[in-house]
Design a binder for this molecule. Structure first.
Ligand SMILES: Cc1ccnnc1
Length: 293
């Protein structure tokens, strides 16, 4: 990828803001020469070691290293270039403009199993790609999954700000992630692993099928207590007509013991994903192609 010293402003016109976080803002930019549009993530650099503002160089370099390592999968956002100014590091990414999966779900309140399974299958394919490279995402949630194009079914995981490389056998302990999506080992400050991502896939699946969050409490401590006690249920209101395959898929992920929790491979082999639901979008796509002849 690009690392030469051409100033960012000489190459791109900055257009609209796409999103912002604690120390980063994502803006849509346009390459003046080619007209191509990208998403540029401006990460504020930490000025002094003692400061709590901005991101440390170590963490910025980790995100760039992960993005470089995982390039080349259709469900993972593509890194295009990295620039640096006095105050920011600018990560130029492929533009994913279909909106958040979260908004797509909200628009429908919840999805039918066919559509949910097709989205979950793509998330599993992206997670399998990460885990095969010994990368764990550690912040899988609907806000970090976007539709490539509006009205299409291809999704991309877009944010790797908390991701890290975990070599097999190495242990990482950190209190990272978004409370309602974190696994018991995160709450208990025990070693994190690829299994930590799989718990989050369970939470996303539960939300896609019901519109509700399985462990969310009235406050952070209650949420954490629900998680460590694996306290959730399939309310009849949303799960009465949900297949037993879908419920079994989720139950295999909400397992406190990381050694017994389903892996990404086991999830991809699960009947709910391999069954008609998991492939329905492909079938539907295939059928609409035949219809359009
Ligand atoms: C927010 C975002 C991030 C990456 N690519 N497109 C959009």
């Amino acid at each position: 990828i690009h690392f030469d010293d051409t100033p960012f402003e000489d190459v791109f016109d900055v257009e609209t803001e796409l999103g912002s976080g604690q120390f980063a803002v994502v803006r849509r930019v346009r390459d003046r020469k080619t007209g191509e549009r990208y998403a540029a993530k401006f990460i504020k650099k930490r000025r002094y070691a003692t400061s709590r503002r901005g991101v440390t160089r170590q963490n910025i370099e980790r995100e760039v290293r992960v993005l470089q390592k995982i390039r080349g999968h259709s469900n993972v956002v593509e890194l295009r270039a990295v620039y640096e100014t006095a105050s920011d590091v600018i990560i130029v990414l492929e533009l994913v403009s279909g909106g958040e999966l979260f908004d797509h779900v909200c628009a429908k309140e919840c999805l039918d199993e066919v559509e949910a399974a097709a989205f979950v299958k793509q998330i599993l394919l992206a997670v399998r790609h990460l885990h095969s490279l010994h990368v764990v995402h550690l912040d899988i949630k609907p806000e970090n999954v976007m539709l490539k194009q509006r009205g299409e079914s291809q999704i991309k995981i877009i944010d790797f700000g908390l991701s890290r490389e975990i070599e097999p056998g190495a242990t990482v302990k950190d209190m990272v992630g978004t409370p309602e999506f974190v696994a018991p080992e995160v709450v208990n400050y025990e070693p994190l692993s690829p299994a930590t991502d799989m718990w989050a896939v369970g939470v996303v699946t539960y939300i896609l099928l019901s519109g509700g969050s399985p462990f969310l409490g009235d406050n952070r401590d209650e949420t954490f207590s629900n998680i460590t006690r694996v306290r959730y249920h399939f309310s009849d209101r949303y799960f009465k007509n949900t297949s037993k395959h879908a419920k079994d898929f989720i139950s295999r992920l909400f397992v406190r013991n990381v050694d017994q929790r389903a892996t990404v491979e086991e999830c991809l082999q699960h009947p709910w994903i391999r069954g008609p639901e998991g492939n329905a979008i492909d079938i539907r796509k295939a059928s609409c192609i035949t219809i359009s002849h």
